[in-house]
Design a binder for this molecule. Structure first.
Ligand SMILES: [Zn+2]
Ligand SMILES: [Zn+2]
Length: 256
């Protein structure tokens, strides 16, 4: 095929390939068989969690760290029981989260649901998940923010996870009672006070929490202030176990 022929072929490819067939992360053309909608390069470059992880918050730890839990968890108490993460927060992870939140790429939320499902199934086994948890809850965003963005990204992820795992999701049980300022640039203590009192249990759903083993789903974990506050509210309401799984966990430089 000559140059022109290739040009025409590319034109036709562009017409045939809807946006969903571009890599979710870098935008390169892929085909629909790609795992998580990622091209080979991004699949390779995403820092999938492996090796030694903190047995409390799920962050990756250095091989030389002698502890069971990370440095941060050694000096800070958490209300959640146990956290899991799929990837370490870096450039690729930032791209994906940005596209999801600010480019309204809901399809990326579904891919993250699949990623979280694979991570948790690897941990507990496909059948083990249903034996471990009673309920899946996404971290809610404030109504006003949801109206502006059009969706709650954690709810999209949790919905896909719920469908794959068969675990029931309740996106209305935990409510955001207070609109909070951005967490970006805040230290751990400021983050805690920023988020304090931001969650409540929906009237009439209190009994669903009693004795329940809950898995919270969110997009990112940084210091854990948000997940701790949500876990504290659920524990106060009688939850027997509150774990979480996030897509990415790591340093604090995301626009929230
Ligand atoms: Zn890519
Ligand atoms: Zn930790």
């Amino acid at each position: 095929m000559g140059t022109w022929g290739r040009l025409i072929a590319n034109e036709i490819l562009d017409m045939l390939y809807p946006p969903g067939l571009y890599c979710n992360c870098c935008g390169k053309i892929t085909d629909d068989s790609r795992t998580y909608g990622l091209c080979n390069d991004c699949m390779r470059d995403i820092k999938w969690v492996s090796g030694r992880i903190c047995t409390k918050c799920g962050k990756v730890m250095s091989e030389t760290d002698p502890g069971e839990v990370c440095f941060y968890c050694r000096s800070h108490e958490h209300y959640f029981d146990r956290g899991y993460a799929c990837a370490e927060y870096g450039m690729h992870e930032k791209n994906l989260l940005y596209e999801l939140k600010y480019a309204s790429r809901g399809d990326i939320g579904l891919a993250m649901g699949e990623i979280i499902y694979d991570r948790m199934a690897a941990e507990f086994g496909e059948d083990g998940l249903a034996l471990t948890y009673d309920l899946v809850i996404p971290i809610p965003i404030h109504k006003r923010r949801k109206n502006t963005r059009g969706f709650n990204q954690a709810e999209l992820i949790a919905k896909d996870f719920s469908e794959r795992s068969g675990l029931a999701m309740d996106a209305k049980l935990l409510v955001r009672t207070k609109e909070t300022g951005a967490m970006k640039g805040l230290g751990p203590a400021e983050r805690r006070s920023n988020i304090q009192g931001a969650f409540g249990i929906m009237n009439g759903r209190e009994r669903l929490v009693q004795g329940a083993r809950i898995l919270i789903i969110d997009d990112i974990f940084t210091t854990g202030a948000t997940l701790d506050e949500a876990a504290a509210v659920l524990k106060d309401a009688g939850a027997s176990r509150v774990d979480f799984c996030v897509f990415a966990s790591g340093a604090d430089y995301l626009i929230v």
